[in-house]
Design a protein around this ligand. Sequence first.
Ligand SMILES: [Zn+2]
Length: 585
Amino acid sequence: MKRQTNDDITSRVYSYGCVPERVAPIRGAKEQQNQLRLANRLWNTLVAIERARVARYRDIMRDDVQERIEQLRETMAAARDSIKARRAAERKRGAPGPEMQVVAEARAELGRLIDYQREHAKERHDAKRERLDELNSKTKHRVKRVRQAAARMGLFWGTYNEVIQRFDAARKHGGEIHFRRYDGNGTLTAQIIGGTLAARCVDGDHTFFQIETPSESKYAPARMRIGSTEDRDPVWLEVPAVYHRPIPAHASIRSVSITRRDGRHQVNVTVNVPKPEQRTGTRAIAVDIGWRLMPEGDQKAVRVAYWADTEGRHGEVRVRAYDIAQFERIRSLRSICDLTRDEALPAIAEWFGGRELPPGFPDVATIAQWRSGDRLAAMIREWADHRLADDDEIFSFAAAWRKQYLHVSRRWRNSSENMRARVREQYRIFAVHAAREYDAVYIEDFDLREVAERPEPESEEVATGSSGYRQIVGPSVFRGALLNAAKREGLRVLKLPAEYTTRTCHVCGHSGAWDQAGSVMHRCEKCETTWDQDRNAAVNLLRLGLASDGTTRTGNQPVRPPISGDSKGRSKSGPEVVDAAAVGA
Ligand SMILES: [Zn+2]
């Protein structure tokens, strides 16, 4: 497929979740499974061909240097295994043994040889040109035959193209390409050559993709073509999609995919839309992004950002106490997972200690140090296929643990996924609203990962240990949503130095020093106005943004706030904004 290079067009993906299969069954599941199985088989056959090609290529290119390289790699691997085994036996990080020396020497020689091979790559290939060409044309032929076979067996061409593209991408990316076990999950794709207007698919009658706007219930069918009948009519896969975000009617739909994962589906619609024109208007919003626990009733909410705009309005973006409470629940599920792992692991590790294992058995040399329950569960799954002598008692113990663990970890993942989706949706709504209302966004220019949490103002207690929460719905996620929406809609985005925004009083301009970790409310020592620290930062950021924003401002000129008391602030140059509190908004 030709890549879209037109500068005026941009590609976007709209994703829709679906309600679980047990709530609303899907249609076309049988053919979906058939297609997924064929797609999986195509992938694995391509992997097999590629592995054979690589083996043959190595064979052709084999020379003394190459053999020495492989020898060194084996030496290093053996030394590493022996270090690992010794550490496992000693159950601690032992002192560096003689193996370290072996590894270091091998690594140095290996580096020299690899450089040598790289420098002589062209000569080496030229010398074997004929055999390499033969290998390439043979491989091409094999791939072609596999494609034809997949098509003959009825793999629909959208998915078929997608598998080939994914495979080519993986090959170009380098590294080993893996076989995949068929487990009923996977992605099917329908491509629409030349694209089609979204208006023909949304509540429409397009023969490749149809999605309905839900009316009464939360979800409505989305249909994607996964084949054709003998009369060339579509064979549909129909899933209960939550169409919560409309695809613009003028967008051109290029492809659709439906992914199945553990009884849930997701619909991804890839569209082309014209690039937005850069906005030239003067409406601006400044968003001070932070992270502060706030009381909400007798619970805790999180303030993620505070904003102020050129219309004199301001407000906060908050994750409600309900969602924060959910996070606590998720965390306790997580710690149950860890706890059950800690209970089971020592017994299993002890049983394996020093035991001879048959080839093909999972590597358990370091099992006593495993931190991941998932890893242990996966090993037990493999173990089921490689049962050992006298393992009845310990295996049934392990299998029982695995069942319980998977149950809890599934609940944990589901809750976590639901909460993430809900909070991200709130961020997105704010971002979309901002992108619609304004022409420019001003934010602080810093790496959010380095920003410490702001302490809770009303108590001594500082929120720690919520790093997981930060990762999935924290300020950087909010910032990403905001920047995305701004970019999509053509807003100007100014990233401004943050140094002066928090310390300077937005009313009188006095730069004070106080304990910012204390109360969220602060009383300026000069003009004696009391304000919210975050709001103060947002207003200062807005002024800084307006001063740096190149767009000539006409009309809609913000008004200076009426300032009582110290009048020094008035003489400050630069634009001012209406202070909502001051005008009683
Ligand atoms: Zn002041």
